[in-house]
Design a protein around this ligand. Structure first.
Ligand code: LLP
Length: 408
């Protein structure tokens, strides 16, 4: 990760499991995104999807690189404000914004609310009128594109709960243009996550552009087109395009049509800037399988259990060669499992590792996005700490919970 801090030192000082992020990797990825967007479009805004990682220290770093934030709750709005990200760089997406959240967003003066239904738009209009503040709105288009990813994180299909169809989006934006308390500023799409091909993104962008042109023809000129996030990371079985390729693929047509380009990357920005560091507790053989039992469970890192997410696992600082003796005759393919009382609590299946033993450290890779963010107290387990490494120094940016957190 371009840092010089031995992970074993962090494990010794902070304990395991622990999320560890590299400041250099984060800053480099953020700067690369901003640069790619600026090279593609004269006007652009890269909004980090806070749901991927809401740690305030990381949000502050990203904000300092010029990024905005894509928000999905009042809590994320609070975090972005706390991290000093200016309101004109904040967007609020999501199908279920409450009245309190809409009011919070309008009073904060964010760039736009991304509206996902007629009912939501009516509610926003009512709140805007009560507050006597015009509400900037963009509509989220559901572009109905297929994408090769896990069904739970595909969001751009016609029958998904997200956004509205092209006809409704058109009518909503025209209605907003005529409304005294609404101001139509953009059109957005987000088709899913961990997508490793460009074709569906190109299709979604084309759908945005068709609709924007259609609206322009009747005198409704929008400020920006937001192509969402969703670019994947390389998986064990399939490589993903680099962020610059993705930005060019979706951004060039938007820039050519003269719109401001907005992007909402989450995973591709922070995913591989972080790891989950875990320690082997036990090694056991049962039913013809070897199990490496580690101290990180599905409550700490849910992706493998929930989506079958494949995350490479790298041994860190193996302790001497002593552990090799007993298993020299085995192909060392293992199940890496956590302590939670479910068989689904498996970090990796049939995974090839060098012989490891109790006490060894393992790094679960690509854990910077949707890692800590999806952790829980399931099984009475404490949520893990987060550490940020910068060169030869590290900083605890979230403490491990203590038993009192379990009391409510
Ligand atoms: N914009 C919107 C409106 C979103 O809903 C999301 C993610 C993003 C941007 C960022 O997408 P990304 O670039 O990170 O793919 N928990 C799942 C991922 C859920 C993504 C939800 N929406 C996982 O661990 O794979």
């Amino acid at each position: 990760m371009g840092e010089e801090m031995p992970l074993s030192r962090i494990a010794a000082a902070v304990g395991t499991p622990v999320y560890v992020y590299s400041q250099a990797a984060l800053v480099e990825r953020a700067a690369a995104y901003v640069q790619a967007a600026q090279q593609t479009a004269a006007r652009c805004l890269v909004c980090f999807a806070v749901k991927a990682n809401g740690n305030p220290a990381l949000l502050r770093l990203l904000g300092e690189q010029g990024l905005g934030a894509d928000l999905t709750s009042g809590g994320e709005l609070f975090l972005a404000q706390f991290a000093g990200i200016p309101p004109h760089r904040l967007l609020f997406s999501g199908v279920g914004k409450t009245s309190a959240e809409i009011q919070q967003a309008l009073q904060a003066g964010i760039r736009a609310l991304h509206v996902e239904s007629w009912a939501e738009m009516e509610r926003i209009a009512g709140i805007a009128q009560t507050l006597q503040m015009a509400a900037p709105v963009a509509v989220r288009l559901n572009p109905d594109v297929a994408a090769d990813t896990h069904p739970a994180i595909h969001t751009g299909g016609r029958q998904h709960k997200f956004g509205v169809n092209a006809q409704a989006a058109r009518q909503m934006l025209l209605a907003a243009a005529d409304h005294p308390w609404l101001s139509p500023v953009g059109l957005a799409a987000h088709i899913g996550s961990q997508i490793r091909e460009l074709a569906p993104f190109r299709q979604a962008t084309a759908a945005l552009l068709r609709l924007a042109a259609d609206l322009e023809a009747v005198g409704c000129r929008l400020q920006y087109l937001d192509v969402g996030g969703g670019l994947g990371l390389d998986s064990i079985s399939q490589a993903a395009p680099r962020p610059a390729e993705w930005v060019a693929a979706v951004g060039e047509p938007v820039a050519q049509a003269g719109y401001e380009l907005v992007l909402e990357p989450g995973r591709s920005l922070v995913g591989d800037a972080g790891i989950l560091l875990t320690r082997v507790e036990y090694v056991k053989e049962e039913g013809g399988k070897w199990f490496v039992v580690v101290d990180a469970g599905m409550n700490d890192f849910l992706r493998p259990a929930l989506y079958g997410g494949e995350h490479p696992i790298w041994p860190v600082a193996l302790r001497s060669g002593r552990q090799r003796e007993s298993r020299a005759d085995h192909t060392w393919r293992v199940e890496v499992v956590g302590p939670v009382c479910e068989s689904g609590d498996t970090l990796a299946r049939d995974y090839e590792l060098p012989p490891v033993a109790a006490g060894d450290l393992l790094a679960v890779m690509q854990a910077g996005a949707y890692g800590y963010a999806m952790s829980s107290n399931y099984n009475g387990r404490l949520r893990p700490p987060e550490v940020l490494i910068s060169g030869a120094a590290y900083q605890i940016i979230r403490q491990r919970q203590t038993m009192t957190h379990l009391l409510g």
